[in-house]
Design a protein around this ligand. Structure first.
Ligand code: DAH
Length: 340
């Protein structure tokens, strides 16, 4: 009776070992047969019930079954280990005699690429590219742009003030002031650069971002000139004809001031999630330069006039490349940057 249970254990376990398709299968079969609470252990417990003359014979059989199973287990286990090692070697094999891949060449940041393109366009139209300081005076950033200390527009921008009374520029518009004072009229200038606002950072707000300011001052500059330059700019950026519209917008340094919208490039005006079903996307604030602004920089508004615009370079880069989180732009993450 016990003999046949042993024989059955041997047969069943050898079969389980043979059909095991992984090291785990094999181990499970071993535990079931040979583990501390396994079948063999249970059968051994019955040893005491045997007649004394039976015990020697049964003991031998028990040992032989145990040894058979153990040695079969060892054999198969070694086989799994070798197969696993062979697989790792095949997968992780490298040819150390191959030449090294070398240094990965860098690439231009998407904002830089866009900025370069716009600079090329405007230089071809006779505009100078100006640079201004990131640490600005209150006068350049606010007063000279017709934003006096008491003006509510100062609340529109959350400013990083420095302890010496200066500030981190909140827009590129102070470069207009520097351009007018340094070069005088007639003037065609753009000023790309970094600007700073004390913002709560999230997927669409950053404390540091990029704008591109533009200004043209001449005799007889009208809204028609403004529209022409803006359409030329946007058609060149989006590489197709764009339809624009102007809505009134308020900025103290322009009068009249506008929000320029483009017809949605995704749905061509039909309405879609990108344009929130309106058919239009707000893109660029602009306007005719306020006489006070001209006057404060020494230009006679009776003789000269002009337009100005403030392009959100960061936002435009996000639109163009389909970037949905502004924080990626300054992350320095190569997985992001490698795509451009
Ligand atoms: N400086 C404005 C801002 O950052 C943007 C702006 C609006 C610039 C109208 C302009 C302009 O030159 O005409 O919010």
């Amino acid at each position: 009776m016990l003999d046949s249970r042993l024989e059955e254990l041997r047969r069943a376990t050898l079969a389980a070992f043979a059909s095991a398709s992984s090291g785990q299968d094999l181990e499970a079969a071993r535990v079931e047969a040979l583990g501390r609470k396994g079948t063999l252990a249970q059968i051994s417990k019955e040893f005491g019930k045997l007649a004394p003359e039976e015990r020697a014979r049964f003991g031998k059989l028990l040992n032989s079954v145990k040894q058979d199973l153990e040695s079969e287990y060892e054999k198969k286990n070694r086989w799994f280990e070798e197969a696993q090692l062979a697989e790792r070697l095949a997968n992780e094999w490298i040819d150390v005699t191959l030449p090294a891949p070398g240094v990965r060449p860098g690439s231009l940041h998407p904002i830089t690429q866009l900025q370069d393109e716009i600079e090329d366009l405007f230089t071809s139209l006779g505009f100078a590219v100006l640079d201004g300081p990131e640490v600005e005076t209150e006068e350049h950033n606010f007063d000279a742009l017709n934003i006096p200390p008491t003006h509510p527009a100062r609340d529109m921008q959350d400013t990083f003030w420095l302890s010496n009374g200066h500030l981190l520029r909140t827009h590129t518009s102070p470069v207009q002031v520097r351009g007018m004072r340094k070069l005088g009229p007639p003037l065609r200038m753009i000023a790309p650069g970094r600007v700073f606002r004390n913002e709560e950072v999230d997927a669409s707000h950053e404390h540091t971002f990029y704008q591109l300011e533009g200004m043209m001052i001449d005799r007889d500059v009208s809204v028609a000139n403004l529209i022409y330059f803006m359409k030329t700019l946007l058609s060149s950026i989006f590489k197709r004809d764009v339809t624009v519209r102007l809505r009134p917008g308020y900025f103290p340094f322009v009068e009249p001031g506008f929000e320029l919208d483009i017809q949605c490039l995704i749905c061509s005006g039909a309405g879609c999630p990108v344009c929130k079903q309106s058919g239009w996307v707000e893109l660029l604030p602009c306007g005719l330069v306020h006489p006070n602004v001209l006057r404060m920089s020494g230009i006679d508004p009776d003789e000269w006039g002009g337009f100005a615009f403030g392009l959100g370079l960061t936002r435009l880069a996000m639109m163009r490349y389909g970037i949905d989180d502004i924080r990626q732009l300054q992350s320095g993450d190569l997985r992001f940057l490698n795509q451009f």
